[in-house]
Structure formats: structure tokens, C-alpha cells
Write a protein of this length. Structure first.
Length: 341
């Protein structure tokens, strides 16, 4: 969930709040604490209906009422059955004016991962890749650094800060030995304190326990076919990595099962960063919700150079996946095409 709150008193912003780790103060409480006494009589603007139930934190509606806030503007009603209008009712019963629906569509987009998770229990899956004009993600020798420039890579790194997990296949780890951490400009800056969960789809257990990804801050989860789980994997310190054994066919694990398991762990949004085989599987099984495709004005060529999306694909062009709600953005010489499946 990507929740944000602004508190305004006499035309001046007196408090700001944003989504934090589970168990920490929600955005509304964060803004109220920042505003202090200035919260009384203030107007609150929030992207999602304030919660009204006890979870890992007390209800935000109680904090809003106690702070003496006079008006709350709510962009979108929370679809969670535990809330779903009940928060609004409590605020209005306390004499607080509520305004519903301002910037509703934008708020739904900001919270798209949370909305899917609440309705299905499964994470929102974003397929992200960078490719040349001829659809290649690397040369025939496996070189992929760098297809896109600094601006595009900076945007991509920014996305890691707002998802719960980043997922890659074993081939990507073996070829690139990536960090997969949320970092600063183009990946060259310092690491963020809060890191997304790193998920490696490694059906046959080929990724060595010495891979750089296991020494990075944060947690790595490796999904392995049960009969490929080794003693070395089991001995890896639990603070560095966790191995999960899943059902498989010929060493190819059931990724739908993996997604359900991640949903049970309250992972709401996953960004899949490759490679070709993993993305192909996800598209073949209709497991992708959103696409972020960066296109660079270069030609790589080569029959053996990998394309962005592998898998079985479709037999006829008319059966190809057509994205909806397309957006096109430019980053220096690169183009980002984003859309929903």
C-alpha cells in the first residue's frame, strides 16, 4: 500500500505522512505527530480511507478524532472489508466533515498493488525490462551493461523503493551477479534503509550461496524445487536468506504457488526484473498485471541474443497480449512504455 497524508492549517502544510513498515505509525498518525498542536482544526488530505480497526497499530480514525482535525478529504474508499466506508462513518459521527473522491483515479493507481492484494490475496506483478529497438536485452555474449542511460536507470531504481519485492530468475543472478537493492541515482548512490524482499526463482538450485545478493542488506528468498534443496542451502544463515521448496515440473517451479505464498506473507507488489525465461513463464500463465518496458534507440542483432520475453508465446498475432491504459514517457534518448494487461 502506498498511502500518503498531508495536514493543512490556515493554508500552511503542518504535517506530512507516508507508508512505513508494518507495525509503525500509519501515514495519518505520522502527519498528526509532525503537526503537533497545529493539527487541531486542520484539514487532512489522504489517498486512502483511514483505517478504523485494530491491526498492528491502533485505528487512524481514533487518532484523527482525538487530534481535533475538522475536515478530511479522502481520495478513495478502502476496499478492505474491515474498513470499506466504516472509517468515513466514524469520522462523520464525530462531527468531522468528509470529502470523498478527489483525485480518485490517481489514488487508485498509487494503491493498485494494495487493491489487488485485498481483493485476491495475491501480489500485484509488474514486469520490468529494458531492451533495444530490436527487442534484445543482451548481446549474444550476454553483455547487457548498459542498454539504457542514467535517467531511465534512476527511474527503475526508484521503483524498487515503492515495491515490496523484486524478483529475478536464476539465469539473471548467474549472468550478472546483481545486488537488487534499492539505491540512489542510477544505482550508484547509497542503499536505502528499507530494502524490498529479493526473490530468486531457482528451480534447480543453481545459484551459489556465495552470490553477492546474499551479502546485501535486507532479505533474500530463494524458491527451489523441493528435490534440489541442498544441505549448503539449509546452512545459509537465516538472516541472509531463506530457501522455500515448491512444487515443480522438470525443475520448473509453480510460480503461481510462489505468488500465493508471497501474498500470505503480505507481499502486495512485486517487480520482476528478468530474465527472458521467467518473464516468458509469467506472460504465458497470465500472471502479469503491469508492464514497464524501456526501449533504447540501439540495434543489437544476433540470432542468439536473448529477447526480453521468452516462453511459448502465441501462435497468431491476433492472440498477442494487448496492453491497456498505455503511457509513454521519455528519459533522455530512451522511451518508457507502460500499461496494464
Amino acid at each position: 500500500m502506498s498511502l500518503s497524508t498531508v495536514l493543512v492549517h490556515d493554508g500552511v502544510v503542518v504535517g506530512l505522512g507516508h507508508t512505513q513498515q508494518p507495525g509503525l505509525a500509519h501515514a495519518e498518525v505520522m502527519a498528526i505527530n509532525q503537526a503537533g498542536e497545529m493539527a487541531k482544526g486542520a484539514t487532512m488530505y489522504v489517498t486512502l480511507e483511514p483505517c478504523c480497526h485494530h491491526g498492528k497499530t491502533p485505528p487512524c480514525t481514533a487518532a484523527i478524532i482525538s487530534a481535533g482535525i475538522s475536515e478530511v478529504h479522502i481520495a478513495v474508499v478502502d476496499p478492505n472489508p474491515q474498513v470499506c466506508g466504516k472509517g468515513i462513518q466514524l469520522l462523520e459521527a464525530a462531527g468531522i466533515k468528509t470529502v470523498i473522491g478527489e483525485y480518485e483515479q490517481k489514488a487508485k493507481e498509487v494503491n493498485e498493488g494494495y487493491f489487488k492484494y485485498i481483493k485476491t490475496g495475491s501480489p500485484f506483478v509488474i514486469a520490468k525490462f529494458a531492451m533495444s529497438l530490436d527487442g534484445k536485452i543482451a548481446t549474444r555474449m550476454g553483455d547487457s551493461k548498459w542498454i539504457t542511460g542514467d535517467e531511465a536507470r534512476n527511474y527503475a531504481h526508484g521503483q524498487r523503493h515503492i515495491v515490496d519485492a523484486v524478483m529475478v530468475g536464476a539465469n539473471t543472478v548467474l549472468a550478472d551477479d546483481p545486488q537488487l537493492t534499492a539505491r540512489g541515482y542510477s544505482g550508484k548512490g547509497g542503499r536505502a534503509k528499507l530494502q524490498p524482499l529479493r526473490v530468486i526463482v531457482d528451480g534447480k538450485g543453481r545459484v551459489p550461496t556465495t552470490a553477492r545478493i546474499f551479502s546485501e542488506p535486507g532479505k533474500t528468498l530463494v524458491a527451489v524445487a523441493s528435490h534440489y534443496l541442498t544441505d549448503d542451502m539449509r546452512k545459509l544463515p537465516c538472516e541472509r536468506a531463506e530457501y522455500v521448496a515448491l512444487n515443480s515440473t522438470d525443475g520448473i517451479i509453480d510460480i503461481a504457488e510462489l505468488l500465493r505464498m508471497l501474498g500470505q506473507r503480505q507481499i502486495t507488489t512485486i517487480m520482476v526484473e528478468g530474465g527472458s525465461k521467467l518473464l516468458g513463464y509469467l506472460f504465458d500463465h497470465n500472471l502479469v498485471d503491469k508492464v514497464l518496458a524501456f526501449i533504447a534507440p540501439i540495434i543489437i542483432g544476433g540470432d542468439e541474443a536473448k529477447t526480453a520475453v521468452g516462453g511459448a508465446g502465441v501462435d497468431k498475432v491476433r492472440d498477442a497480449l494487448q496492453l491497456k491504459d498505455i503511457r509513454i514517457e521519455r528519459f533522455e534518448d530512451e522511451i518508457l512504455i507502460s500499461g496494464y494487461t
